[in-house]
Design a protein around this ligand. Structure first.
Ligand SMILES: [Ca+2]
Length: 178
């Protein structure tokens, strides 16, 4: 092996060593948890009451994977510029095919078996972002919402309004809804 070749190989190895941490950092987030925002209700008047006795806005999250997902570091927000408005408390798992509800009640306090985000949703339309470590896992942007009509993800992965809300269960899209 010539001196030039050895030098080139050494330089190549040095470049790889320099780039490796960056590549690893990207790889860490290329596998995002298999979570989806499956349903959102931004104007809840009589559909679902929370433990405080209020009809708060709510967001449904579904684990579409085959393994439990630990929600440490998973965040919800209605602002892209501040993704970590709500962080799940430590040690919560969402089981495969399980649906969980987060009330967008604007409350700081939570009951043990309920999740309450510190923001509310606007029935005039806005967005919901589900993220981890600043990386968006899923998001939904919506327009003006009718009271007690939810926006639900259908089998084709399209959000549709439905007059048959299913908080905590598989979605049912009402016929003739967009
Ligand atoms: Ca549902």
């Amino acid at each position: 092996m010539t001196y030039t070749m050895t030098k080139r190989i050494a330089m190549l190895l040095a470049i790889i060593a320099l780039l490796l941490p960056a590549v690893c950092a990207i790889a860490e987030y290329t596998v995002l948890p298999p979570l989806r925002i499956t349903e959102v209700m931004a104007s809840n008047k009589s559909t679902l009451k929370d433990a405080f006795g209020k009809y708060s806005d709510w967001i449904e999250i579904h684990n579409e994977g085959s393994e439990p997902v630990l929600l440490d570091g998973v965040a919800l927000s209605d602002k892209n510029g501040k993704l970590d408005k709500y962080l799940f408390r430590q040690g919560i798992h969402i089981q495969p095919d399980e649906y969980i509800i987060v009330f967008a009640s604007g409350l700081i306090k939570e009951f043990e078996d309920e999740y309450h985000a510190s923001f509310k949703l606007s029935k005039n339309g806005e967005a919901v972002f589900l993220s981890i470590g600043g990386h968006v896992i899923d998001s939904v942007v919506f327009g003006v919402q009718e009271t007690d009509v939810s926006l639900a993800l259908d089998e084709d992965g399209v959000y549709k309004s439905t007059t048959t809300p299913t908080p905590g269960g598989p979605n049912i899209i009402s016929p003739n809804m967009r």
